[in-house]
Ligand binder design. Structure first.
Ligand code: ZN
Length: 80
């Protein structure tokens, strides 16, 4: 069974900080227009389902994973 109780570790980051960060990487428009995609399941990322934000390319872009447990697991597989 899919275990919903398992809590995902997310950096405590405020929405305004997310907005500022995404404006720096020019991805804010992408978020607003629904063009940011979870790197694991392909779901559209929105401010409510951001699970993991991972700076890539020396911090010039951010890679996203949504808040699904499966995607957090995929993140671990990809980065451990
Ligand atoms: Zn996902």
């Amino acid at each position: 069974m899919f275990n919903r109780k398992k809590k995902i570790e997310v950096n405590a980051i405020l929405d305004t900080q997310i907005e500022e960060l995404l404006k720096k990487t020019s991805q804010y428009e992408d978020l607003v227009e629904g063009r940011l995609i979870c790197s694991s399941c392909g779901s559209i990322i929105n401010p409510q389902n951001i699970g993991i934000m991972l700076p890539i390319k020396n911090g010039s872009k951010i890679k996203f994973y949504c808040d699904r447990v499966d995607c957090a697991e995929q993140y671990k597989l990809d980065h451990e």
